[in-house]
Each structure stands twice: as structure tokens, then as C-alpha cells.
Design a protein around this ligand. Structure first.
Ligand code: HSE
Length: 314
């Protein structure tokens, strides 16, 4: 039996990208989770250890294999694809929990990608979607792929729930960056989703449709005005932005500096902006300084829109 660990990395991601609730996601560069796996004789998936960002055993995550998105995704794949024997797993959480950065999705993706590499005939990346989604379903209580899909494929991905597991990558311009800032706050995605209203007006629905279409067309044509005029969320953001006290202040400051748009990343509390590359570092600094002025520590990342998806490292 080959007993070496195989490690997969899966990046963090921005869910919704303001205009595409549950159907548009964007990978980011520099933050992600790692899952290492090796075969063992005993049947089953065994989480040996989960490490936090500092490399210490994680205090907040269960090592039960039916309570972790990485092992749930791995088990679904291994069971369905005829894996023989069992798997021992190490999980390295590079993404803070309940951060709005797709932490549970990245673990699920890294789990699926790592275990796939142990199969005699590994599946194509497309075929891993449904298994990674099994893990994400456990964490968020619903089927949405706007974190799983960009974490798996990289870049920006259009992934409406009704098309799944099929998804479509969006061609993105090189001249635009994403800026993601994570404040030291937490928001539980499942609770945040449960708190959303069920009924919306015709005018909200029309606006949101036009914004999603305009945003995607703006990216395709590299029409900065169209992107900027379209990067609005009239439905979800107003219901959630109160969870970050200085959200309005940050949004106003980034837009004044020339950002194309600014919104919550997923269910928050992380906030992201899109902007032309040359002002990205300045926008990140502005966002972090505002958090700092409210005595909230934060971490920030600047990424190209075509950041890489998950891959096997060793
Ligand atoms: N689309 C999901 C939501 C993403 O907004 O609830 C969660 O990160």
C-alpha cells in the first residue's frame, strides 16, 4: 500500500460577487485550506488532526468524519467511485471559520481533490463538483455552489443551483483585481440564510436581473462604466450589511477612491471590492484602516480575477 500523504490545496472564495446570490463566485489568491490524505487498511474516513491557521490543533472543529465538510466530501467520492480500504486525513485550515470566505467549501473541495488523487483512475475536475457539494451542503444547510465552484475551478464561475453540478466559467479581464478584507468578526452562514426574507417586489427582481446581466456583459466587454453601474445588490446586501457596523463607511470610502463596486463576501463579515489593478493595494489599506479605527483587526488579500482553483501539491 502506498502510504505517503497526498496534499490538495483549495482557495478561499467570494460568494455572490454582489449581483449573483448563490450563483456567482470568485476565487481568491493567497488564502486556502489544505487536506492531506493517505490510504489505510481499515474501512472508513478518519480525521487524524485538524490544524488552525497557526498550526495548532483546531479548538472549534469536530474530528468526527460525519461532521466535517472535507471528510463528508471525501467519503461521498470514495464510496461512490469504488475506493478500496480507508483513508486517514489531516486538515489544515488556512481560512478563518464563519468568515464569508468559503471556508467550509474550501475544505470540501480540498477533501475531494485529495481523495480523487488516491483513486486508481482519478475523475475529471468537473466530476468532483457533486462530491464537494455534499460537504458544503452539510455546512450551510442548502445547495449553493458559489464557493465550491470557484474554489474547485478557479476564477469566476456562474453556477445557478438549477444547473448544478454543471457550471460555467466567466471570462474575466486582467486589468481588474479583487480586494477582500476579513474583519475579526463571525457570521454563521446557515443562520444568515435562514434570516433572509422570502418575498421580494417586482421592481427588486427586475433591478437584480439587470444588475447580474449588466455585470457579466460589462466584464465581457471590459466596459468599466457598465460594471460599476451594475455592481449593486438591492436584495441581499441590505438585509445583511448591519452585521458589520462600519460596512457603509467602508463602501463609501472604497467607491470614493474609484472602486467599481463593494459588497459583502458571501454572508459576510468579510467585505470585498473590485477595482482596477493600480488602486487595489490602496483600496485594501483604506478598508483595513477603517476596521482598525473601529478597533477591529483585519486581514486583506488582493487577487487577480483569474486566481487558480484547487490543485494537488504533492
Ligand atoms: N451564497 C451564499 C450566501 C454564500 O450568501 O448565503 C455563503 O458564503
Amino acid at each position: 500500500m502506498n502510504n505517503k500523504y497526498i496534499t490538495a490545496f483549495a482557495p478561499a472564495s467570494i460568494g455572490n460577487v454582489a449581483v449573483g446570490f448563490d450563483m456567482l463566485g470568485l476565487a481568491i489568491k493567497g488564502a486556502g485550506d489544505r487536506v492531506s490524505v493517505r490510504k489505510v487498511n481499515e474501512e472508513g474516513i478518519f480525521i487524524k488532526e485538524i490544524y488552525d491557521q497557526a498550526g495548532n490543533p483546531h479548538k472549534d472543529l469536530s474530528k468526527k468524519s460525519d461532521e466535517n465538510t472535507a471528510s463528508i466530501a471525501a467519503e461521498a467520492l470514495w464510496g461512490a467511485e469504488g475506493g478500496q480500504g480507508g483513508i486517514e486525513m489531516l486538515i489544515h485550515k488556512g481560512i478563518p471559520l464563519q468568515s464569508g470566505m468559503g471556508s467550509s467549501a474550501a475544505s470540501a473541495v480540498a477533501g475531494a481533490v485529495a481523495v480523487n488523487a488516491l483513486l486508481d483512475q482519478p475523475l475529471s475536475t468537473e466530476k468532483l463538483m457533486k462530491y464537494a457539494l455534499e460537504g458544503e451542503k452539510y455546512a450551510s444547510g442548502g445547495i449553493h455552489a458559489d464557493n465550491v465552484a470557484p474554489s474547485l475551478f478557479g476564477g469566476m464561475v456562474f453556477c445557478p443551483p438549477s444547473y448544478l453540478p454543471k457550471t460555467t466559467s466567466v471570462e474575466v479581464p486582467k486589468s481588474i483585481s479583487s480586494v477582500l478584507v476579513h474583519p475579526d468578526l463571525i457570521v454563521n452562514t446557515a443562520e444568515s440564510r435562514n434570516g433572509l426574507a422570502n418575498n421580494y417586489s417586482m421592481s427588486q427582481w427586475l433591478d437584480q436581473q439587470s444588475y447580474l446581466a449588466g455585470f457579466l456583459l460589462g466584464l465581457q466587454k471590459l466596459d468599466l462604466n457598465l460594471i460599476k453601474n451594475s455592481m449593486h445588490d438591492v436584495i441581499i446586501e441590505p438585509q445583511r450589511s448591519g452585521s458589520v457596523g462600519c460596512f457603509d463607511e467602508i463602501k463609501k470610502a472604497t467607491m470614493n477612491k474609484g472602486a467599481l463596486g463593494c459588497s459583502l463576501s458571501g454572508s459576510g463579515p468579510s467585505i470585498f471590492a473590485l477595482c482596477e489593478n493600480h488602486i487595489a493595494v490602496e483600496i485594501k489599506t483604506i478598508m483595513m484602516e477603517i476596521f482598525d479605527s473601529h478597533n477591529i483587526d483585519s486581514q486583506g488579500w488582493v487577487s487577480p480575477l483569474n486566481a487558480s482553483g484547487a490543485y494537488v501539491e504533492t
